[in-house]
Design a protein around this ligand. Sequence first.
Ligand SMILES: [Cu+2]
Length: 174
Amino acid sequence: MKKILVFAAAAAGALLSAQVYAHVTLEQATGLAASYQKLTFRVGHGCDGSPTRAVTVMLPESVTGAKPMPKPGWKIRTVEGKLSVPVESHGRKITTAVREVTWSGGPLEDAYFDEFTVQVKLPAEAGKLYFKIVQECVKGSMAWDELPGEAGVKVLAPAPVLNVLPAEGAAHQH
Ligand SMILES: [Cu+2]
């Protein structure tokens, strides 16, 4: 009896770690080109059991206008950087933008999960955007920064991905 329970627990654990609860993931799967999009990053566990005390989201070059959502118990730090291609916003030319957002605080225990939210302006072009994440823990850290490799090769620490859909196609989806 005891043995069966152990196996069942192990199987459930394997399923959970392979799916949405695992890693750092993005709640939203898709967004519309050139729209303002809310991105919610879910931190599903600590670093090998150690509680999380900081989460940094690195924004792809084409993502601008980032505004992090404040979170009780967490301090926000943003890093600005120059854009290689200036963009226009409200009639003004923008040459620098937030490139990195860090929430630090917590600590978030390994037994719990939490969400970190930022609003961004998506690029006009459709395609996949990868958001590299650094998770700092009381002990150690994790980089969720791997991009998909060859077909069939599973990456161990994937960067969360958003699929940007063409704006004109989206009008027909409701
Ligand atoms: Cu995981």
